[in-house]
Write a protein that binds this ligand. Structure first.
Ligand code: MN
Ligand code: MN
Length: 469
């Protein structure tokens, strides 16, 4: 064999035997790329109107109703193709499409979360200090605190008044609305602050939101700026200071979702972890007609604080729903649950060339390489993860490959670097096969996170394929 032939043989063997991931922008036709870009226009709209878990539920209901879903009525006999939804306390939602196969064969579950890191107001938030009015906050989820200073913030949430009336608050999103801001120290006077570690650069109790500076007009009296703010709030919302005690007010970045890059290939926005998977999961649920297996989409709350609480997936609300579903058809709930399969739709860390040291290049996810399948999350010896079986990974791999979904595998950081968890472990604990499938993100948990449009679209394709299979 001459040298030329030998070289060809090597190339052919490599092609046959080696793994060869390719950028989706090269793999896909221009037509498909256009489709993905178009898909993300509506995705950005969703990000702009659904910045909190409550708003995400509300928008999901609106879209679900538009697509033939009705509110679940307990005991009603649903037939194949019927679609309905159940809301949990306004902060989580389950959407269901009844399949043609009996529920004993198991259901297909897709679970994403709709809560994101933010600054929650404390229960006594309002105070005046040196003639400025501020709100005290307790941050929600894992944040790098310094990132939340000196950016415009909007205030979203609900206040339950003394008579139990509910007031909905959404201020800072409209072009003409005022916004709010956590202040930071000028560099000129930050010599000692700059010596703090990055995690202490801004401390939790320094995340105070500036909300006003003009005093109520009076010749004398204390706390006149606070009084003026309370007067404005009373006029606008009919609330008094004690009403903050029974409120959930969340300060979130006030800016809108935007295209990123000269090539407009990426989306930049607050709250893409995990509304990127919530939105794509929702769209898959809306699109899926007459599936074989009953399809269940869960958009849950409280993932960012560990899934505890009655709207988080460490509670029993999904299990109770599946028991109800089994009962509807006289099936054994344990059989239905044990035969079910689930995608835990959550994001992973995309490779960032500015910080290559935290990811292991052979096993991390990359922007534009498609939806990322994560066998295990966890940290340091795989603690706190469900670790999907080789069999289930094989099943998902085959499913995605046979349906032209571009996908990659990913690991959340180097072995001893850190890591994290998702809802997968809580679903696995119900004796359900589950694996993490989602979108790679840059600057995860920052006020402005980045995803690739092609990956977003591939997540949608993956979720739809899972339901339609
Ligand atoms: Mn997440
Ligand atoms: Mn997260």
């Amino acid at each position: 064999m001459d040298n030329e032939n030998k070289k060809n043989e090597v190339e052919q063997l490599k092609e046959k035997l080696f793994s060869a991931p390719k950028n989706a922008a090269i793999k896909l036709t221009d037509e498909k790329i256009k489709k993905a870009d178009k898909f993300c226009e509506k995705y950005k709209d969703f990000l702009n109107v659904a910045k909190t878990e409550r708003e995400a539920v509300k928008e999901s209901v609106r879209l679900a109703k538009e697509n033939g879903f009705e509110k679940y009525s307990k005991g009603k006999k649903y037939k194949p193709g019927d679609k309905f939804y159940v809301i949990n306390r306004g902060k989580a939602i389950i959407l269901c499409t009844i399949g043609t196969e009996p529920v004993e064969n198991g259901v297909r579950i897709n679970a994403a979360h709709i809560d994101s890191p933010r600054l929650d107001l404390k229960q006594h938030p309002l105070y005046e200090d040196n003639e400025l009015a501020l709100f005290k906050t307790h941050y929600y989820g894992g944040i790098k605190k310094y990132q939340w200073t000196a950016i415009p913030l909007a205030l979203h949430g609900v206040v339950i008044k003394g008579n139990r009336d509910k007031v909905i608050v959404n201020i800072g999103e409209d072009e003409n609305d005022p916004v709010f801001c956590v202040t930071d120290l000028l560099p000129h006077l930050a010599t000692s602050q700059m010596k703090r570690t990055l995690s202490e650069g801004i401390k939790g109790e320094e995340l105070n939101i500036l909300i006003g500076s003009r005093p109520f007009k009076a010749d004398s009296g204390s706390e006149l700026v606070k009084l003026n703010i309370m007067k404005i709030l009373n006029e606008k919302y009919g609330i008094v200071e004690d009403d903050f005690i029974s409120a959930e007010l969340e300060a979130v970045p006030a800016f809108k979702a935007k295209d990123i890059g000269f090539d407009r290939s990426m989306v930049g926005s607050y709250g893409q972890d995990d509304r990127v998977c919530a939105y794509t999961a929702l769209r898959a649920a809306l699109k899926c007609e007459n599936p074989k297996k009953t399809c269940v989409t869960v958009l849950t709350d409280k993932e960012e604080t560990g899934s505890d609480g009655n709207t988080g997936l460490n509670s029993s609300y999904l299990k109770y729903f599946l028991i109800d579903l089994a009962n509807l058809y006289g099936a054994e709930a344990t059989t239905v649950i044990s035969n079910s399969e689930c995608l835990s739709a959550d994001v992973n860390a995309g490779f960032d060339p500015t910080f290559p040291e935290v990811l292991e290049p052979r096993n991390c996810s990359r922007l534009n390489y498609g939806v990322v399948v994560t066998k295990f999350t966890g940290a340091r010896g795989k603690s706190g993860t469900s670790d999907a079986s080789a069999e289930f990974v094989g099943r998902v791999r085959n499913l995605l490959d046979t349906n032209d979904v571009i996908w990659q595998t990913g690991e959340l950081g180097k072995v001893d670097e850190g890591g994290g968890g998702t809802v997968a472990q809580y679903i696995a604990n119900l004796n359900i096969d589950v694996i993490d499938v989602g979108v790679p993100v840059l600057s995860m948990h920052a006020p402005f996170e980045i995803t690739s449009k092609l990956d977003v679209y591939m997540a949608y394709k993956a979720f739809l394929t899972f339901f339609e299979d």
